[in-house]
Design a protein around this ligand. Structure first.
Ligand SMILES: Nc1ncnc2c1ncn2[C@@H]1O[C@H](COP(=O)(O)OP(=O)(O)OP(=O)(O)O)[C@@H](O)[C@H]1O
Length: 369
């Protein structure tokens, strides 16, 4: 395993401390955050004891199923929702302690984009972007120059005079991004911004966000229920389940070694290795196991090709290893290999082979035994 990508090197305690400090000073630091709603159906704990450090410059993903608490988290970050307990600091300011005016200033420094774009149908693309500047000290001419520059930034200069009804979903989201960047925010919150878009438009919007992140030094928080979005753009991810963070880490690490069943299910949606779950559910003859055989899913830092890994364990432990599926992902610029195999041999030899793989930092899931 001689992969040299930074993502392949284990995260050190010093790196974690540095992230923590960056989150507190210039990013988003969330500690012990608890939010309860009191509604017609009684009390509903939407967030429970949430801790998250989003360092300056992160593209940080928060993924969860519907109702997990993602939007509540975003609303706590930009001060639209109060919280019962804990702390939310954005660029060093405790959101819950801010006055109304300070909150307005905070929100000006946080751009937001949504699934539904939230554009005014009666205003052109330029008019929608200009809306975000009406509170500023800029003159009409200065606003027009800035709007034109923003539309250029998102690749829509020629659509300045088009109305939302004349734009595609991807173009509408570009207008919304231009509007979100109008006041030079340091932070951009994206709440399911690509959920209504087809995969290729999603890809182009994520590419745009990545470029804006790189060029403008933005910190971006991506809220999504799609692991493919996390895979394409985020350097770090938190999995939220029923208001609790169940897994958190570098995107590469989470994909290489998903720990909880929910995260494993999310990861499975993005790779052909996930197809094996359908084969199991369908009781496919392809993976019908004889007594003593074990079906194994492995994820490993690529470079070491699948065949080499498989022939090595076969030779060393005197077992047969049959490859069912193999593929390579690229996550946070680092390749991640995956393989599903059936192991066949003496039980203690198979166990020794699995121990060997685990000790070599290969993510292992025994699917059926
Ligand atoms: N204003 C409210 N009053 C009462 N309960 C609420 C309110 N807003 C959200 N909830 C509940 O809090 C929980 C978290 O909701 P939230 O909208 O944050 O989840 P989500 O992960 O964003 O879901 P989705 O992806 O469906 O938007 C859900 O059970 C929801 O029903």
């Amino acid at each position: 395993m001689n992969q040299q990508s930074p993502a392949a090197v284990p995260e050190t305690a010093a790196a974690q401390d540095a992230r923590h400090e960056s989150a507190r000073a210039n990013g988003i630091h969330i500690a012990g955050l608890t939010k309860t709603y009191i509604g017609d159906e009684g009390r509903k704990v939407a967030l429970h004891d949430v801790d998250i450090d989003i360092a300056e410059g992160d593209v940080y993903g928060v993924i969860g199923l519907s109702g997990a608490g993602k939007s509540t988290l975003v609303r706590c970050i930009n001060g639209l929702e109060s919280y019962d307990k804990g702390s939310v600091t954005v660029r060093g300011h405790e959101v819950g302690d801010l006055s109304k005016k300070q909150l307005r200033d905070l929100r000006r420094g946080i751009g937001m984009i949504f699934q539904s774009f939230n554009l005014m149908p009666s205003r052109t693309a330029a008019g929608n972007v200009e809306l975000a500047l009406l509170d500023s000290d800029l003159t009409a001419a200065q606003r027009a120059t800035r709007v034109s520059r923003l539309l250029d930034l998102v690749g829509l200069k020629d659509k300045a005079d088009s109305y939302p009804s004349e734009l595609s979903g991807g173009q509408k989201q570009r207008v919304a991004i231009a509007r979100a960047l109008a006041n030079n925010p340091k932070v951009l919150l994206s709440d399911e911004a690509t959920s209504a878009l087809d995969p290729s438009t999603t890809k182009s919007i994520l590419k745009l966000l990545r470029r804006l992140h790189d060029d403008l030094g933005l910190t971006i928080v991506i809220i999504t229920h799609q692991m493919s979005v996390i895979k394409q753009i985020c350097n770090r991810v938190a999995v939220i389940d029923h208001g609790t963070i169940t897994e958190e880490g570098r995107t590469f690490d989470v994909f290489a070694n998903p720990r909880t069943p929910l995260t494993q299910a999310f990861v499975a949606t993005t790779s052909s290795l996930g197809k094996i779950d359908d084969l199991i559910a369908d009781k496919s003859p392809l993976i019908a196991l004889h007594p003593g055989q074990v079906l194994l899913r492995m994820r490993y830092i690529s470079q070491e090709v699948s065949e080499a890994l498989v022939s090595h364990i076969s030779r060393t432990f005197g077992i047969d290893a049959n490859i069912i599926v193999g593929d390579i992902d690229v996550i946070d610029d680092a390749p991640l290999g995956g393989l599903v195999v059936i192991l066949d041999g003496a039980a203690d030899r198979i166990e020794a082979a699995i121990d060997y793989l685990r000790n070599r930092n290969i993510g292992i899931e025994v699917l059926t035994a």
